[in-house]
Design a protein around this ligand. Sequence first.
Ligand code: ADP
Ligand code: DP6
Ligand code: CO
Length: 334
Amino acid sequence: MKIVTAVAPVNIAVIKYWGKRDETLILPINDSISCTLATDFMCAKTTIMASPTFTDNKFWLNNEEVDFNNKRLNNCLTEVKKRASPKCADLLNWKIHICSENNFPTAAGLASSAAGYACLVSTLAALYEVEGDISSIARRGSGSACRSIHGGFVWWQKGVQPGGEDSVAVQIAPASHWPEMRMIILVVSDDQKKYSSTSGMKTSVETSELLKYRSEMVVPKRVKEMVEAIKTRNFENFARITMQDSNQFHAVCLDTYPPCFYMNDVSRSVVELVHSYNKYKGATKVAYTCDAGPNVCLYLLEESIDEVVTLINDVFPSSVGPSEYFRGLPVNIK
Ligand code: ADP
Ligand code: DP6
Ligand code: CO
C-alpha cells in the first residue's frame, strides 16, 4: 500500500483565460497571467491511497463520493501514468482511492477547479514518482489549474503545437520578488455559479466577436505589458491592466449569446468604490478583478491593507459578524 498527500492553492488571474481552441486537450485561445496564493489559505488538499487489495478506483470530493468515471480526472490519471517512474511498475496496476477537500467554496467562481486539479495532479505525480514539469497535465483537468502548479507570478503560454506540448505554465517571478503584494478576497456569494466556466467560455467562443478581437488584438500586447509591470514591480501598470482585463472579460460575457451574467450589484459597487478610492488617493492603489462569479479579488500593496480593509468594513458593514454575506479576508500571495 502507498499513501501520499499534497496541498495546492488557488490562483487569481490578472489576464484572464477565457476560450479554448481544443476542448479535449484544454488548449486556450490566449495566454493568461495570475498570482498563486500562499498555501495557508484557500487550497485543496488531496490524499491518494493505492493498494493491491482495492477492487475499484474511488473518488471523494468534500466528503461525498463522486463518480470516478469523469473524463478530465481520467485524462489526468492516464497522462501521469504515462510518465510514471519505472520504479512504480507494480503500483500502476493497483486501484486508487482519492480523497480531496477544498477549504473554501467549490464551483463558486473562486478557482476551485484550479486548486483542485493542480492538487490532484501533484498528488498523482508524487504517487507515481513523476519528474519534470506537470503543468501540462494539470491543464488537462482544468485550464486554470496549470498556473497553480507554480507559486508567485505565473504565465500560462498558450503554445502553438497541436498536441499542446508547449501549452505550459511558467513562473515569471517568485512571490519573494514583490513581497509587498497582497490580495483581499471579497466573498460576495458562495453559491455555485449558474453557468460553469467550461460552458460559459464555450458559448463565448461560438458567439462573441469581441472575444476574437480580445484574444488576437488585445491580450498579446497586454501580456507583454503585464510581464514588464511584474518584472519592474510597477504597481500602477499592474493594477490598471488587471482592472482593464477583468472589465473586458466581463464585456465578453455580456457579448456572449445568450449572455453570461457573473458580476452582480455588490461586485459593481466594489468596482466603483475602488475607482473612487484611487481617485481620492491620486494614484492607483488598489485593483479589482472578478472571475466567473460575483466574488471580487483586490490586489494591493501591504501599505494600503489597513485603510482598505477599514473602508470595506465601513461600506459593507455586514462584512464583519457571523451573519455576513460579504467577507473580506486579507491574504498574502505565496
Ligand atoms: P470554480 O470557479 O470553483 O473553479 P469551475 O466550474 O471551474 O468552478 O469548477 C468546479 C469543478 O472543479 C467542480 O465541480 C469539480 O468537478 C472540480 N473540482 C473542484 N475542486 C476539486 C478538487 N479538490 N478535486 C478535484 N476536482 C475539483
Ligand atoms: C474566469 O479553468 O475553470 O477563472 O478549463 O473549462 O476548467 P476549464 O475552465 P476554468 O476557467 C477559468 C476562467 C476564469 C479566468 C482564469 O482563471 O484565467
Ligand atoms: Co474553474
